[in-house]
Ligand binder design. Sequence first.
Ligand code: ATP
Ligand code: MG
Length: 351
Amino acid sequence: MDKKRILTGDRPTGKLHLGHYVGSLSSRVRLQDEYDCFFIIADLHTLTTKPAKEDIERISDNAREMVLDYLACGIDPSKSTIYLQSAVSEIYELNLIFEMMVTVPRLQRIPSLKDMAKGANLTEMPLGLLGYPVLQAGDILMPRANLVPVGKDNESHVELTREIARRFNYLYGDVFPIPDVLIGEVPTLVGIDGNAKMSKSLNNSILISESEKDLIKKVNSMYTDPNRIRADIPGKVEGNPVFIYHDIFNPNKAEVEDLKQRYETGNVGDVEVKQKLATALNNFLEPIREKRNEFESQNGLVDEIIYEGTLKMREEARQTVLAAKKAMGLTGIWNKISRKAEKYRKTQDKK
Ligand code: ATP
Ligand code: MG
């Protein structure tokens, strides 16, 4: 029997950070043998909040950096398909079809979109941003994915995908699976500034590719208990980003328990807590950094991976959209036009 499928991915807006890692990347690495995986470089999604030409110019480099992050974390391109969204033209078609399966008020109720609009300083909602989860439904259903490993902020988008798939299947017959969401080991990783979400746009992230020195600097600048102005004042561990990170990334549980106990009783300085965290994070990232450098030194490797993956995805997409159109009864005239267009192109070529 064919393996079940995964689709997930990231917007190429910069290098990936620890939030991406715990929210989604670690699940992908863990599941890539069990599932057929498709990882999307969602460049069309970047247009929703960053449509300026300068932003578009950065997409290629950002995509390359992102794929290096993937490889460094253990994603294996011989097992998984990594592809560029905008180079699969069927996505525009599926997006339009899916726009018919959803209402505007339904989209307006999705909380993450309001946050994104606010984050991008938009006073009014662009149609494309409102349609972000519809396009995402197209992404997920294009390879007919069964499972979507994402961070908590994306949960409501997968819920909408399920509704769209059900609606489509109800209207036209069973074409799409109803995909499940898989929230990462940490649903939402807090930022180093104490903001609820680590995010590229909020400038509060630690990158997967962060250098040892920059990492130490960032950890030293981290938000902790603001009431604790001296080391002998008892501090709050609960909800404190430094301890949240210790719990996730420091494998030495005894050390973490000791630090917590001394923090709560005013027997340890922030400096020691942060130093130990920086060491734990650097130990965690060191092998990833090494692998990243290795892949980076192989000229052309990343481009080749994106190229191969996109060709594979294009074929998947062609089949899916054909199946969708057939189910809808759109193919009759469409096939005829395609054949005529082919003939016409040949006569043009001869000229
Ligand atoms: P950022 O919000 O940092 O600008 P992004 O939102 O552009 O990044 P996306 O491409 O939207 O990143 O998200 C990629 C994946 O990473 C999604 O599954 C998202 O849920 C997850 N993710 C991003 N930030 C975090 C976080 N702080 N904690 C957990 N998961 C996260
Ligand atoms: Mg996001």
